[in-house]
Design a protein around this ligand. Structure first.
Ligand code: SAM
Length: 433
């Protein structure tokens, strides 16, 4: 079976009911798709399907006399995608309806083809009333779960609506030039010459912004390691670490290796890239190899340094901690479907453990950079306040560029979309001598 909409419906069902990430679900179906056009279409369906699931799943409740979700979950997902094609992707009505009916047949559900047709046609007839009813409800307008809206309203009472809107607006594609191969200016010029609307970032020295999303692996210079895909917010790490050639650096949560690679593109370092997930550590090795870089890579738990530390202190430690990922929902819309309130408290406890376990590994006078792609205070400003309060000899350093986000406790917080970047938090701490 290679019907794009049918494959997308199966993948969306895996995301929604199976808890599978969008990236993995897409990777599973991509080999069955006929060409690059189908792959781009299914990618768009999955991103908008996950992004708007909560809105159009609820709308289907009004459109269906008997719920399908329990009996025919894949056809239910297909119908959500039908609504997404009409309401979000704005495909021509005929193409969206006929294609979705055909997909029901491809899923071997010919008996439901009439129902799919009838539901989508009813949506077209009642569209304005249905959309208006959804717009009257904040959760359905933003398609975010209640716990997250509540948490964001608590942490960011004045910004919550802007955050929800930014989470529904996918960002531009940002590349990081591999300084060992090309400057950002040279990369931007090369991409422009190849017909892509590319420009240097206003203040990030290695960043190139592409207005149109594209298959980066097909861009000139990808295979030879001239650049990587990395949001601007993630590109601050090497500067905040205040690196110099020869320093001994620990990247304690390194996979897939974006920040480790960036540090190595800038400087010749004695860098240990640690991650507890051996599969993800493979990605670090692959990325470093593609970029022509090298580092020691170790699979291990950062909180159990007896297993991997040789007792030589580090000059710099980067703790890019596991987190709720609430700052990157605009790029990974499935996060809103997978996270639960309890995940945030669990992540915060893990981050505190990581900070406490890594601090003794830093030499006096050394620097630790704490980073998350979360926008929740518990994981960020509050986390660092608590760490500084319980850790003697730890001193916060105010050296994060003021262009980045806003002050948040001892660090700085960027909110999603701010400066064209993801939601991200950084704090810098030094160990007194
Ligand atoms: C936010 S990601 C890191 C992204 C990475 N720094 C980059 O720039 O590409 C967090 C990583 O932490 C790893 N991790 C979580 N808990 C860990 C632990 N206790 N020890 C080591 N790695 C851990 C996860 O496997 C995950 O790969």
């Amino acid at each position: 079976m290679n019907d794009a909409r049918a494959l997308a419906a199966q993948a969306l069902d895996r995301i929604v009911r199976g808890g599978v990430s969008l990236r993995s679900a897409f990777a599973e179906v991509a080999p069955h798709l006929a060409d690059a056009r189908d792959r781009a279409f299914v990618s768009a369906l999955l991103h908008d399907g996950a992004r708007w699931w909560l809105r159009y799943d609820a709308m289907l409740g009004r459109l269906l006399q008997k719920p399908l979700r329990g009996r025919e979950p894949v056809v239910h997902a297909l119908l959500v995608l039908g609504l997404v094609q009409l309401a979000v992707l704005a495909l021509p009505d005929y193409a969206a309806v006929a294609g979705t009916v055909e997909a029901a047949r491809a899923l071997k559900r010919p008996q439901l083809a009439g129902l799919v047709n009838a539901v989508l046609r009813r949506f077209l007839r009642e569209r304005s009333a249905l959309e208006a009813a959804a717009d009257a409800d904040r959760l359905l307008t933003s398609a975010h779960p209640a716990w997250l809206v509540q948490q964001l309203s608590h942490d960011w009472p004045d910004e919550v609506d802007a955050i929800l809107a930014a989470n529904n607006a996918p960002g531009a594609l940002v590349l990081r030039a591999n300084r060992r191969r090309a400057t950002a200016a040279a990369l931007a010029a090369r991409l422009l010459a190849a017909g892509h609307a590319a420009s240097e970032h206003a203040w990030l020295p290695d960043a190139v912004v592409l207005e149109q999303s594209t298959d980066v692996t097909a861009l000139p210079g990808y295979a030879s390691g001239d650049f990587s895909v990395q949001d601007g917010a993630a590109q601050l790490a090497p500067d905040l670490l205040d690196l110099r050639d020869g320093l001994r650096v620990l990247d304690a949560c390194a996979a897939p290796g974006g920040k480790a690679a960036h540090c190595l593109e800038r400087h010749t370092l004695d860098l240990l890239a640690l991650d507890r997930d051996p599969q993800r550590l493979m990605q670090v090795r692959d990325n470093l190899a593609r970029l022509g870089l090298s580092a020691q890579t170790v699979a291990g738990d950062a909180t159990a340094s007896v297993d991997w530390w040789d007792r030589r202190p580090f000059d710099r430690i980067l703790l890019d901690a596991p987190c709720s990922a609430t700052g990157v929902i605009r790029r990974q819309p499935d996060i809103r479907l997978h996270r639960r309130a309890g995940d945030v408290t669990r992540a915060a406890a893990e981050q505190a453990q990581l900070l406490d376990a890594l601090w003794p590994l830093l030499r006096p006078g050394g620097r630790l950079v704490y980073a998350t792609c979360s926008i929740l205070a518990l994981e960020n400003a509050q986390q660092m306040d608590a760490f500084l309060a319980r850790t003697s000899g730890a001193r916060a350093v105010d050296a994060i560029p003021s262009q980045f986000g806003r002050a948040a406790g001892v660090g700085r917080q960027n909110l999603p979309g701010g400066g064209g970047m993801d939601g991200f938090f950084y704090a810098i701490v030094e160990k007194e001598i």
